[in-house]
Write a protein that binds this ligand. Structure first.
Ligand SMILES: Cc1cc2nc3c(=O)[nH]c(=O)nc-3n(C[C@H](O)[C@H](O)[C@H](O)COP(=O)(O)OP(=O)(O)OC[C@H]3O[C@@H](n4cnc5c(N)ncnc54)[C@H](O)[C@@H]3O)c2cc1C
Length: 495
């Protein structure tokens, strides 16, 4: 890898380069800001711009979430030099910055790919046992995977150091150089200004398909029926919780049927404002209908006395995950909701009397935004038919879990049934050296709500790491790789 000097580029030049001079008006310093029409076509192609190269590697992964970190570590493990670009200061994405916990089960035995097994071993080495219990929590099989978010962040750093992944924190992808159906460089903004990251292969693990969009890949967003994106949440944690008092209250007093898990690690839910407990809180003016529309909380392994709140959620009618201003407004709105919720819990749930807000997410909880149009679009029929593929990279039976509309024909797969995710849903026709992983792969809206869980994102990332190293060694474009012919692939299809 070569590190070169970098020249900071002024904001004016930045917009010129991106062909976005008009956007400068919105940043002119006026105290009154009008929301302009969002651009229909996003022009983030930096071809021809004089931008210095900061790093050069075999593989450049953009986004260090569960999928991107798995991709980077696996590519490096398989011999590639790897740069991992992350706009935050921690790896894990939603797992760490978004406080999303725990990793949901795929609800099918033996779905763990080797990367996940290795990660579990690392947790054991740090004293956290993430192995399955004999009696799975969930009726259809499988346990939620518990981890401590702070320990996960540390382990991700440790993994990257062990396999010599060059992590570039606080670097935001803002565009791409493309030519002849290939990406030649990712354009990032760092403390030094604008820089190029050059690589042979690029992996888009941004969750929002950012690199793909900037490189001109076609994308879809939201539901095919309603046009809406899934609901967003802004998660938080509460410390000072007396957990057993909480458990007894929900299970024994409120008869919380959702709560399939048992102490020491358990959850409570009572989703919907029509539940008497919440309804009365609304009547008393302590919470709003929106505050309690979806409530779920988990104890956190390794953090006794702390609960992870999978709430509040904001209405998808008011806040869209594909609108920058909505995302910003949602954060502010959620902070207000969090305070109301915390107060409501303290007042009404035994065990929360001395509880306090101990942490708020540093990243909005976006379940779904843009999805690429890849070589194969995984459809609802594939889910319902428990479809298998010769180029499958992993399997799951996690339900279609849309936080908004309910599908007419929705049903969970029967016990033992599962579907597979094909490699072709990770690659595109347009860009030959791009692999896309995580929650923005090529699926329809309903299936995205099943593939998005963390273990599946990790397995996709792992597959991308293997495919990139294989493509490099054998001089095959990654969008032309026949996954089934890779000798050391992580998953063999059951088809
Ligand atoms: C509220 C909520 C609750 C959920 N609950 C669960 C659950 O209980 N269990 C479960 O398994 N799954 C759950 N999920 C789903 C799951 O957490 C996510 O789908 C999954 O973590 C996505 O992983 P990812 O790697 O694709 O994306 P992300 O985790 O979003 O990672 C993307 C990374 O890319 C970085 N990035 C983005 N843009 C740029 C850029 N331009 N430049 C540089 N870096 C960039 C981000 O900072 C981030 O680190 C939940 C999701 C949400 C939102």
């Amino acid at each position: 890898m070569v590190k070169e000097f970098s020249i900071p580029i002024s904001r004016r030049d930045l917009f010129k380069l991106a062909g976005l001079t008009a956007a400068g008006v919105a940043l002119s310093g006026s105290s009154h800001v009008d929301a302009a029409e969002p651009p229909k076509q996003q022009g983030f192609n930096f071809n021809g711009a004089q931008i210095p190269t900061l790093l050069r590697a075999d593989v450049c992964v953009i986004g260090g979430g569960s999928a991107g970190t798995a991709a980077a570590v696996t590519a490096a493990r398989n011999g590639a030099s790897v740069v991992l670009i992350e706009k935050g200061s921690v790896l894990g994405g939603l797992q760490t910055q978004g406080l999303v916990y725990p990793a949901m089960p795929t609800r099918i035995p033996n779905s763990d790919t080797p990367y996940i097994t290795d990660l579990n071993k690392r947790f054991s080495m740090h004293g956290i046992n993430v192995s399955f219990t004999d009696e799975p929590q969930y009726k259809n099989g499988g346990d939620a995977r518990q981890y401590t978010p702070e320990l996960l962040a540390f382990i991700y750093d440790e993994l990257c150091a062990d396999y010599k992944v060059q992590v570039l924190y606080n670097a935001t992808l803002i565009g791409a150089n493309t030519a002849d159906g290939k990406i030649s460089a990712a354009i990032v903004h760092t403390v030094e200004g604008l820089s190029k990251i050059e690589a042979n292969i690029f992996i888009d693990a941004t969750g929002d398909a950012a690199l793909s969009r900037y490189a001109g890949v076609k994308v879809e967003r939201g539901s095919e029926h309603t046009g809406r994106n899934q609901k967003m949440s802004f998660r938080f944690e509460m410390g000072g919780v007396e957990e057993m008092k909480v458990y007894k209250f929900f299970v024994k007093k409120l008869k919380d049927g959702w709560c399939e898990s048992k102490p020491p690690e358990f959850e409570f839910a009572k989703t919907t404002y029509t539940e008497k407990f919440y309804y009365e809180g609304i009547q008393r003016g302590e919470v709003t209908k929106d505050d309690v529309a979806y409530i779920q909380a988990f104890t956190i392994i390794g953090k006794p006395g702390t609960m992870s709140m999978n709430c509040p959620e904001v209405s998808p009618y008011l806040f869209s995950s594909t609108n920058a201003l909505d995302r910003s407004k949602a954060i502010r709105e959620c902070r207000i909701m969090i305070r109301r919720l915390a107060h409501f819990f303290q007042k009404n749930i035994p065990g929360f009397k001395k509880a306090y807000i101990s942490r708020e997410a540093s990243m909005l909880g976006v379940r779904e935004s843009w999805r690429i149009q890849g070589k194969y679009c995984l459809k609802s029929e594939d889910y319902f038919n428990a479809q298998k593929f010769p180029d499958a990279v992993c399997r799951t039976a996690y339900p279609i879990d849309i936080h908004d509309e309910v599908l007419d024909n929705a049903r969970n797969l029967a016990k033992g049934e599962f579907y597979e995710i094909p490699y072709r849903s990770l690659v595109t026709n347009e860009i030959s050296n791009l692999i896309v992983v995580g929650r923005c792969i090529s699926t329809d809206f309903p299936v995205q709500s099943s593939v998005r869980i963390q273990p599946t994102c990790m397995s996709m990332g792992e597959a991308a790491g293997i495919a990139s190293a294989y493509g490099l060694k054998n001089n095959i474009a990654v969008n032309a790789i026949d996954w089934a012919s890779i000798p050391n692939r992580s998953y063999v299809s059951q088809g």
